[in-house]
Ligand binder design. Structure first.
Ligand SMILES: Cc1ncc(COP(=O)(O)O)c(C=O)c1O
Length: 388
């Protein structure tokens, strides 16, 4: 089946967070929203069919998952990443952010330091601070337009007593797909200092440069101190259905994670999320391959508009994710000035870089998972607003 990603689907009036809360969030109603990380595309037809079939059943009682669910998750990870998951390793949560918060509560005490690498997806900091732990960052280093890990400061933070590391791989928002060598160095440090690592690999299915490497595959020695967080929600646009999977090979770590997950007593997953996850992993390959191609085309579009019409603005070359990281610092404007122009002249609603950490100031994050005509219009208006 050929999917039509050019089709503009009106999401207004569906309580879409991206569209329907502009006024509440202080944004103009007519600004094209390219911010929150979901897609404006309909998901794969087999997923829609599976949800409809389940809805037709009509009974929506308490639900658990069985081996057929585990087989679907395991199958995707074996086929795409040659990574073997054992069924009992899988711990479901409603969302990955819930998983991150659960890990913070399971493996640290109030006041303990928890390590992240800013600029990074802002809930990484929030789950630490909101649980009364101390956020410590080993900031990424930006060199010649590309971000790198700062292994010296990473080691320093671990030496200072960090026991938990929230790791983003691939990395949102800077778009890095970490190399095997980088993953091995991270693994070595975690092992040397006994640090538990949560590897959030939610964006891995959209890796553009080479192949995504699962941290636990690059460093199998991390088996007893790693939680791998995965989800079909970014890949198949299912965020509203609330289902994530956490792969925890070590029994004790998994027991502690499950205990912490159950403590707030609101950890059950959505029945439709389970149905969608299985259909996506079992039957969504065709849609997935096509959406990848389409997103690559959208990234090309942004690359060429930035190159041809936006002098002084730089696109951080995306190795992964559909979230592009644009560097506006060369224009000499404050973040407030950039945002104001973006919203009111370009009529485009993006994420300010500073929300991912103070060093993100002057950057803007652009979500390209929308029909090309929408993206092209937004980029043209952006070029005109900033460069006349
Ligand atoms: C790195 C990362 N983790 C987690 C999430 C959110 O996942 P969930 O909705 O399952 O919490 C996002 C969403 O953008 C993300 O970029």
């Amino acid at each position: 089946m050929k999917y039509d990603f050019d089709r503009v689907i009106d999401r207004r009036g569906t309580m879409a967070e991206k569209y329907d809360f502009a006024v509440k969030k202080g944004k103009p109603l007519d600004a094209t929203p390219l911010w929150v990380a979901d897609m404006d595309f309909a998901t794969a037809q087999p997923v829609i069919d599976a949800i409809k079939a389940r809805a037709d059943h009509g009974v929506f009682g308490y639900t658990e998952t069985d081996e057929t669910f585990a087989q679907a998750v395991k199958g995707w990870w074996k086929r795409h990443y040659d990574f073997d998951i054992e069924s009992q390793w899988i711990a479901k949560t409603p969302t990955i952010v819930y998983s991150l918060a659960t890990a913070v509560r399971a493996f640290t005490q109030p006041g303990d330091p928890v390590l992240i690498q800013q600029p990074v997806y802002h809930p990484f900091k929030n789950v630490v601070v909101n649980n009364h732990r101390k956020m410590v960052s080993s900031d990424l280093i930006l060199k010649d337009g590309k971000y790198y890990m700062d292994f010296e400061s990473l080691e320093q933070r671990m030496k200072e007593g960090v026991k938990l590391f929230l790791f983003c791989s691939p990395h949102n928002p800077v778009g890095r797909s970490w190399t095997v060598e980088e993953l091995r160095r991270v693994g070595e440090l975690c092992r040397k200092y006994g640090v538990i690592i949560v590897s959030d690999e939610i964006h891995c299915d959209f890796t553009w440069k080479g192949q995504h490497t699962v941290l636990l595959k690059a460093v199998p020695e991390l088996r007893d101190q790693c939680i791998l967080c995965i989800s079909p929600s970014k890949t198949f646009n299912l965020a509203g259905l609330q289902l994530a999977n956490n792969i925890i090979p070590n029994d004790d770590l998994r027991r502690r994670f499950l205990e912490a997950k159950e403590r707030p007593a609101c950890d059950e997953c959505n029945i439709m999320g389970i149905v969608a996850c299985m259909a996506a992993y079992n039957e969504g390959e065709e849609w997935y391959q096509q959406v990848r191609e389409y997103l690559l085309g959208n990234i090309d579009l942004v690359r060429s508009v930035v190159k041809e019409k936006m002098p002084g603005v730089t696109l951080t070359e995306p190795e992964a994710t559909y979230l592009l990281w644009l560097d506006f610092r060369g224009l000499g404007l404050t973040e407030e000035q950039i945002e104001d122009k973006m919203l009111h002249e370009a009529k485009v609603w993006l994420n300010n870089g500073s929300m991912f950490g103070p060093m993100g100031s002057g950057f803007q994050r652009v979500n390209v998972a929308c029909p090309r005509s929408v993206l092209a219009g937004a980029m043209e208006r952006m070029a005109r607003a900033f460069f006349g």
